[in-house]
Design a protein around this ligand. Structure first.
Ligand code: KG4
Ligand code: ZN
Length: 347
């Protein structure tokens, strides 16, 4: 049998994404973002995001059909993110997917957003042929995963106990007077700074944390340290060197992310690491993960930035794997689950 042709829909945060894949081949990748509408609030406003999904859904579907030269009648299945994410936003994608499934008599698959972030790498670098580890870093997630089978077997080794990595970038950018979303601005400004200028804390890396929090992260103490540093400089009447603060903050985040992830690969004897999520676009992270993984004999796979941020192709990519394994479709009363655990790949 030829590879499954799957339509994927994503609407868990502020991107409306529609993708079409055949197996690991990408046929369409259309994304509409509502990020501009959230800028003045300094973060994603759920109601605004839901409304934007509603408006963007049909045009984004049509854009994807045009790119692939086919439409929903041609596909074998419809896959949709049903969690984790913002409930109201997820509901728009799930409602659209159900409508298409019923109207065209297609099987419906409610899929896990986190697993999809990992699966998307297969569109670029081919199928995983063995167990891989994954580092997922975005505005909403920071996880180290062990992936034995992308469609059926994922273990979470660690996660953040407070802020997500991207959230920390966004909050620190705000402290430094940089626009939202802050990650790309910190990345840019930090290039002019000295990452060793200020010794910011590395959360959960003390010897006492090596057991209980071995693969976990904490970024709220780091954010507070940056805030205290800025306030202190201002009180002293000194000029805040934004480039040095940005570079030192960024180094602290990247140091912990890469150190713990390489440790997890070593501990579990894994020689392939996939990095995904919006923060995977960070220049310093990409550089550092390569250096540290290579030194440990680990191959690094990072999809291009356009596939790292939220999109529908990642959902379609996971859908194709699930369909190929003969997994039963979801029920038509599929609910959304804002805190769907990563171990539930198909809901
Ligand atoms: O994956 P994504 O697009 O959406 C979520 O699922 O959250 O990730 C967005 C996050 C934001 O916090 C943004 O600041 C961060 O990714 N980000 C970056 C960079 N580009 C985006 N963080 C650091 N460096 C970047 N170059
Ligand atoms: Zn995401």
């Amino acid at each position: 049998m030829s590879e499954p042709l799957v339509l994927g829909i994503e609407s868990s945060c502020d991107e409306t994404g529609v993708g079409i894949v055949r197996g690991t081949e990408l046929l369409a990748h259309a994304v509409a973002s509502s990020v501009e509408e959230h800028v003045r609030f300094g973060g994603v406003v759920p109601e605004v995001a839901s409304r934007a999904h509603l408006e963007a859904m049909v045009p984004t579907l049509e854009q994807a059909y045009a790119q692939a030269g086919l439409d929903v009648r041609d596909v074998d299945a419809i896959a949709v993110t049903c969690g984790p994410g913002l409930s109201g936003a997820l509901l728009v994608g799930v409602a659209a997917a159900k409508a298409l499934a019923v109207a065209h008599d297609k099987p419906l698959y409610g899929l896990n957003h986190l697993a999809a972030h990992v699966a998307v790498d297969q569109l670029e670098h081919g199928r995983f042929d063995r167990r891989v580890a994954a580092l997922l870093v975005s505005g909403g997630h920071t996880e180290i995963l062990l992936v034995d089978d992308i469609a059926s077997d994922i273990t979470m080794l660690g996660t953040t106990i407070d802020d997500a990595a991207g959230e920390a970038f966004d909050k620190v950018a705000r402290l430094l007077g940089l626009p939202y979303p802050g990650g790309p601005h910190i990345d840019r400004v930090a290039r002019e700074g000295d990452g060793t200028a200020i010794a910011f804390p590395r959360g959960l890396t003390a010897a006492k944390d090596a057991e209980r929090y071995r693969y976990d992260f904490s970024f709220s103490g780091l954010k507070s340290a940056v805030s205290r540093h800025v306030q202190h400089e201002q009180r002293m009447g000194r000029h805040v060197d934004v480039a040095d603060v940005a570079a030192s903050f960024q180094d602290a985040v990247v140091d912990v992310l890469t150190r713990k992830t390489v440790q997890a690969c070593r501990d579990h004897d894994v020689d392939t690491l996939v990095v995904g999520g919006g923060v995977a676009a960070n220049g310093r992270l990409r550089e550092m993960v390569l250096v540290r993984a290579e030194a440990a004999g680990i191959e690094v796979r990072i999809p291009r930035p356009g596939l790292c941020t939220d999109n529908g192709a990642m959902v379609a990519a996971l859908g194709a794997e699930v369909v190929a394994r003969g997994v039963a479709p979801s029920s038509l009363d599929l609910p959304v689950d804002s805190s769907l655990p990563v171990t539930r790949i198909v809901a």
